[in-house]
Write a protein that binds this ligand. Sequence first.
Ligand SMILES: Nc1ncnc2c1ncn2[C@@H]1O[C@H](COP(=O)(O)OP(=O)(O)OP(=O)(O)O)[C@@H](O)[C@H]1O
Ligand SMILES: [Mg+2]
Length: 594
Amino acid sequence: MLSLYRRHRPRTFENVVGQDHIVRTLRNAVELDKVHHAYLFVGSRGTGKTSMAKLLACALNAEGGPRTDFAPDDPACQAIARGTSLDVVEMDAASNNSVDDIRELRENVALAPMGGGRRVYILDEAHMLSPAAWNAFLKTLEEPPAHVVFVLATTEAHKVPATIVDRCHRFDFHRPSLEQIAGVLRRVAAEEGIQIPDPALGMIARAATGSFRDALGTLEQLVTYGGSEVKVDHVLEILGVADAELVLDTAEALVDHDARAALLAVERLSGSGRDLTQFMRDLAAHLRHLFVVQTLGQVPDSFSVTAEHTGRLRSQAERLNQSEVLRAVELVAEALRAVKDGSEPRIQLELALMKAARPESDLSLQALMFRIEQLEQRLAGAPATARGRSGDAAAPAAKVTRGPAPPGPAPPTPSAPVPSSPDESVAEPVAAGDAPPRPVAQPAGEGARGLAVAEAAPAPDASPDEEALPATTAPELDLDRLKALWPAAVEAVRLEKAMVGALLADAQPTALEGSRLTLTFPQAAEFSKRKAESNREVLQQALHGLTGRSLALSYELGANGPAGAPTLTSEELLERLKEEFGAEEIFEDDPPTS
Ligand SMILES: Nc1ncnc2c1ncn2[C@@H]1O[C@H](COP(=O)(O)OP(=O)(O)OP(=O)(O)O)[C@@H](O)[C@H]1O
Ligand SMILES: [Mg+2]
């Protein structure tokens, strides 16, 4: 018995889904007797190229002359559908791509059509023809006998020589939307007496990645697998795709910054026995969809399977900002790479979700840069995402249009307000006139966990509708929090100025009075202290990035260095600087090297 997709190959132009632009043009060409002698059909697999070519052949060979409303049961059409028509020659260039094949074709085209219509040559996978074969074909393609029509079909137009493309009327087949594929599946299932719920259709459509053939192939497999009553579980088993629901729930946990919900989703997933790596790929695909929805401001047709799914996609896109989505995509991609290198998928997935749900728990530089960016976005007046307030539909639909931070003046770089003079024992960190960085309005969740914020007074030029959070939401910065952030601050400095970062590794924050932070270096690290002191700006910037506060810094030598950490004498430190950074000792009276 013919396979399902062949049984349901479109038999009339009306049956062709998603290629209206081509159907209309071909119909007009037939009706106006303006059929060109060579067509180039371009499109991804299973979008209808061969089907369309056969329909054109049916129209041209219809009983009683060319017509677009031909009868599919017409003998000529039947023969064309079965591939037994003498007037319609199907060639697969994947296996017939040589000069000899083309020579044989050239001899053949002169033959008059048996049925009195047109001889239609359908050349599939046309891009597989060898260069010599193309050359041999060129003349025939350019001036075939009047009764011949060539249809070249390819998924890779860029491999077809320009000389050939120029001589053809080119049609680009659209990639069908998920809805369109689901529609064809629904129609075929009805015709075949197959019961299948909508969510299952959606999953098959999604897994078909734009190919009607693959979707129908999966449906056929499901019927063989579970009979004509298809269940969602069957689909999940057959396709091994993670339950779309589980992907949405996991993304929801990220939107709500709900680490617990994220872990529970992983628990559900591993309990279901589904492939975790495939789930990560699906989650990454879903996050990418969110990003696209945010950029386009709407849910593209090809993304949505069911209305409920569209709604959840839109709502998630509204409640996450783009940098959060990007970061989540990066984290999942990182997890997939680690799994490829042999790491345990579950751990990697949980780690990625933890970092994405709680950026403050991740002290990597990426996480810090991400949080600085969040701060900058907020400083730039971008509306705070509704994080932590899941289901808060406060963000009006328009919010979907939210993309990267709106244009306009960049927030003052943290460095500006920080006083630079090393011995500033007298001056407070930020003199009144120094345009201190504007306090950042933070949603409660964030502030509490991550960053201390300066007095949460609304920014002086905050627009009237800018959300001013009550001061109480941002807890004060304290020494413990600074100590927790210290490794990250040193890391940030190290990336700016590696040597200064190395020097600071010996220091520890030991006191915080108001906005004055004292750093203590071990007794023996006199040199590090002096050097670090004279490079205080880079540290002040890093601390500002992390805490939103401009801190004055005091440097002192203490009795002991960090517990267990070996303190380096100046000589040892010099040696290490030479080794690690290729530093050179410059003696005062050395002439400057040009
Ligand atoms: N536009 C469409 N509308 C309805 N069904 C379609 C459409 N395109 C493809 N199909 C279904 O998919 C099957 C395969 O389509 P077809 O052979 O035309 O694809 P193709 O574009 O030629 O693919 P390939 O590039 O792999 O050759 C058809 O038999 C039909 O069942
Ligand atoms: Mg084909």
